[in-house]
Design a protein around this ligand. Structure first.
Ligand code: FAD
Length: 317
């Protein structure tokens, strides 16, 4: 089932979440352990993130440099196939521009198509640690909009590689990301919305937002999208705060603001359990308001931890 159809046809707010492939390809059981506690709430779809491998170079004797992989989360394509099969729930494969040539991306899409995974979230990816700015791969896509165009080309039967035997048009439903607090590299919100509209005009069918902790920012973003001719469903991304450290990490990593009221509540906690309770309560309040507003789905960033999302889902799904 295509995510766009689920979002279009639903009469109530749906529930979805995303998972990360385990570091260095540890057992798939760790993936199932993260999904199992949430499956009774009937997620409409489950996203699997995609990660660019990161390397460092170590100097060896005689001066030569040896390349070491320091961060590897492989398996998005296979994990998508495994979970949609095991849970009979659509999976959404994230695809990124960074680190991949268009041929490599095409190969991933061919694999996904072959495995029956026909939902993708098309993203650019962030700069890796060694880059100050995002650098596209030689022969790769520069922006998410270019990736959307490549996928649409495949949907129209136009492959990059020639002579693919029996190449048939694919049938991917494409989602893209949106930023209620603006993408960090965009000069202003107006420019960012223009770029977002370009992704929709290229063929993306829905938007999933970056996490936010102040619903008013999401409502303003939706209004801005609608005023600028973006008509597709917009799915809010929610993350329950779980540790005090996240007060520093989340704004730095995701370029978002945390409301003073929330930071005050978290700072006042004396144990991690208290922080988790505050984080869950805040996210639950956000979700209730978003449901009243009529969002088609709420997307949770589990970041490998399903407990908080389970507690929230128990209350509302
Ligand atoms: P784009 O839409 O390409 O935008 C990037 C920047 O370029 C923006 O500032 C935009 O305004 C600007 N821009 C766009 N087009 C143009 C143009 N033609 N000319 C000039 N400027 C332009 N990262 C991962 O590595 N793996 C994941 O699985 C992953 N999943 C994510 C899921 C969600 C829901 C979200 C919100 C983010 C996710 N990310 C993921 C992070 C994402 O890759 C980064 O936020 C990245 O910096 C931007 O990706 P994008 O697809 O929004 O980029």
């Amino acid at each position: 089932m295509k995510v766009s159809e689920l979002l279009k046809n639903t009469k109530k707010t749906l529930f979805s979440f995303e998972i990360l492939p385990p570091l260095k390809g540890k057992s798939i059981q760790s993936i199932y352990d993260g999904i199992d506690p949430l499956i009774e709430f009937n997620p409409a779809f489950i996203n699997v993130t995609y990660h660019r491998e990161e390397f460092i170079y170590k100097k060896r004797e005689k001066g030569y440099l040896e390349k070491f992989s320091i961060k590897k989360r492989p398996g998005t394509v296979g994990i998508c196939a495994a979970i949609s099969n095991k849970y009979q729930t659509p999976s959404v494969a994230h695809l990124i521009c960074g680190g991949f040539t268009k041929e490599e991306t095409e190969n991933a899409l061919i694999d996904l198509n072959f495995l029956g995974v026909n939902n993708v979230l098309a993203l650019r990816g962030d700069p890796i640690k060694t880059e100050q700015y995002f650098v596209p791969e030689e022969g790769g896509n520069e922006y998410a909009v270019d990736l959307v165009k490549q996928i649409i080309n495949l949907n129209n039967g136009n492959y990059i590689e020639e002579n693919i035997e029996n190449a048939a048009p694919t049938n991917f439903c494409i989602g893209v990301s949106g930023y209620p607090e603006k993408h960090s590299e965009a000069p202003n919100m107006k420019e960012d919305i223009i770029r977002l509209k370009a992704k929709i005009d290229a063929g993306a069918e829905y938007i999933v937002t970056q996490m936010f902790f102040d619903n008013q920012k999401f409502f303003n973003f939706v209004n801005l999208c609608r005023e600028n001719g973006i008509e597709v469903p917009i799915v809010p991304g929610i993350k329950p705060i779980a540790t005090k450290r996240q007060l520093q990490i989340l704004p730095k990593l995701f370029h978002i603001d945390l409301p003073e009221e929330l930071t005050d509540l978290v700072e006042a906690c004396t144990t991690t359990e208290e922080v988790k309770t505050v984080g869950e309560k805040w996210a639950l309040k956000q979700c209730k308001e978003l449901i009243d507003y009529g969002v088609p789905c709420i997307h949770f960033y589990t970041m490998g931890k399903s407990n908080a999302v389970r507690n929230i889902a128990k209350e509302i799904f």
